[in-house]
Design a protein around this ligand. Structure first.
Ligand code: F6P
Length: 197
């Protein structure tokens, strides 16, 4: 049995301003949410925590790592970094719609296959995200609990594997910031539930 706790980082500075890309910090509220996550998992063994290489997931892991000194191994994988939005880096959705209406419309029409100029799309990031999952499963060996702290698009890609969604629905899966997915995988089945922390 493997338990995968799939967490999205809590509120970031860019989230508040509805901006994409960048490498922003968590807000004060986000940092409080990170502590709530850590408290929620008291008593649950977590030998491995995987994050992206971006600040907001590292900050989300901080309280967990601090309260489990020596009991948890942390790996930061660039494979779990958020979708690269290329030329739109640092823009808000409203700004993209205003200054790049062509891109905005193309993305709205076909969000899964759309690729940001100079960046990625859901379809093109899938390979590296799954590579990250494989690496995480390999490194964590037989351990029964692992946690991945990722991002909205990344967690959608990971989840889509369990939810059997059509590709075009994947970019719309709801990924909240105060709840996590607990995925239990046995040789014959996978069960999952969305839980508040
Ligand atoms: O809102 C935060 C964020 O993680 C962005 O960094 C990213 O571009 C976006 O979500 C992905 O979600 P969507 O594909 O719905 O724009």
């Amino acid at each position: 049995i493997k338990n995968l706790f799939l967490v999205r980082h809590a509120e970031s500075e860019y989230n508040v301003r509805d901006m994409v890309g960048g490498n922003s910090n968590l807000t004060d509220k986000g940092r409080k949410q990170a502590w709530a996550l850590s408290r929620h998992f008291i008593g649950t063994p977590l030998p491995y925590i995987f994050t992206s290489s971006l600040t907001r997931t590292l900050e989300m892991a901080e309280p967990l790592l601090e309260t489990r000194k020596g009991q948890t191994t942390h790996h930061a994988f660039p494979e779990f970094d958020e979708i690269d939005v290329g030329e739109c880096d640092g823009m808000s959705y409203a700004e993209i719609e205003r200054t790049r209406p062509d891109l905005f419309a193309a993305r709205t029409r076909n969000k899964y296959n759309f690729v940001y100029p100079g960046g990625e799309g859901y379809a093109t990031m899938a390979g590296r995200v799954y590579r990250g999952v494989k690496k995480a499963l390999y490194l964590s060996g037989n351990s029964e609990h692992i946690m991945i702290i990722g991002h909205q698009a990344v967690n959608r890609m990971i989840l889509s594997d369990f939810l059997f969604r059509r590709a075009e629905d994947v970019p719309y899966i709801f990924i909240p910031q105060d709840k996590y997915f607990h995925i239990v995988s046995t040789q014959t089945k996978k069960l999952f539930e969305l839980r508040k922390f």
